[in-house]
Design a protein around this ligand. Structure first.
Ligand code: TMP
Length: 213
């Protein structure tokens, strides 16, 4: 089982993924027991969760160069490279050994951020990512649906993330990007929109209800 959380900054994605990891560690779902043993729950983030992918994270969003901006295509390939590293060295082996993987973000972030907000187009992103992903698709994507103004009014940490300093229009286009992701054929029966407004515990209940565990 490969579960992904997606959303814009301030959507509560990371808070809810942490809560789900804690919940699954305390209440392992019985149909997922592997030969009577509790499945381990692995929490990862994209870009990141390996030293190489964390370094690429820094290159993509935490570093600035004098007189030069990173081209959106360069950005897209770097995110895809980090993704390849995390998926093939950490996520796939974990899934193959029966673990449950919970991830903050997947290639849909590239579709929304680079494809829509950075204008590359979702088809370009899918083609850039095809070889990186090699068919490793999330079983479930929880999209934390929140209006941009509410999300931006929440406090969040902008350290090492150039995107989080962008304005409202940028995040509105990312939301539009996620709307397009929901309609992708490969996301059929995998994309679940969660109302991410209201108190943390209520949002978490909505997620657990969807998992039916
Ligand atoms: P996060 O820790 O808040 O999820 O930070 C990841 C940032 O990187 C976030 O601003 C979204 C951005 N990002 C992309 O632009 N493209 C991608 O493919 C991924 C995975 C993240």
């Amino acid at each position: 089982m490969y579960i992904v959380f997606e959303g814009i900054v301030g959507s509560g994605k990371s808070t809810q993924s942490k809560k789900l990891v804690e919940y699954l560690r305390q209440n392992p779902p019985s149909p997922l027991y592997q030969g009577g043993t509790r499945p381990e729950i692995l929490h990862v983030r994209e870009p990141g969760s390996t030293p190489i992918a964390e370094d690429i994270r820094h290159l993509c969003q935490g570093k600035e160069w004098e007189g030069e901006q990173m081209h959106p295509l360069t950005n897209a390939y770097l995110y895809a490279a980090a993704r390849a590293q995390t998926l093939h060295t950490v996520v796939r082996p974990a899934l193959e050994s029966g673990q449950i993987v919970v991830s903050d973000r997947c290639f849909l972030s590239s579709c929304a951020y680079q494809g829509e907000a950075q204008w590359l187009g979702i088809d370009t992103i899918l083609s850039v990512n095809q070889d990186a992903i090699q068919g490793i698709l999330p079983d479930i994507v929880f999209y934390m649906d929140i209006d941009v103004e509410t999300a931006l009014s929440r406090t969040f940490d902008t350290v090492w993330d150039k995107w989080e300093k962008m304005g409202k229009e940028f995040f509105e286009s990312i939301s539009r990007g996620y709307d397009k992701c929901e309609k992708l054929d490969i996301m059929k029966n995998r994309f679940i929109r969660i109302d991410a407004s209201g108190p943390e515990e209520e949002i978490f209940d909505r997620i657990i209800r969807q998992l039916k565990i």
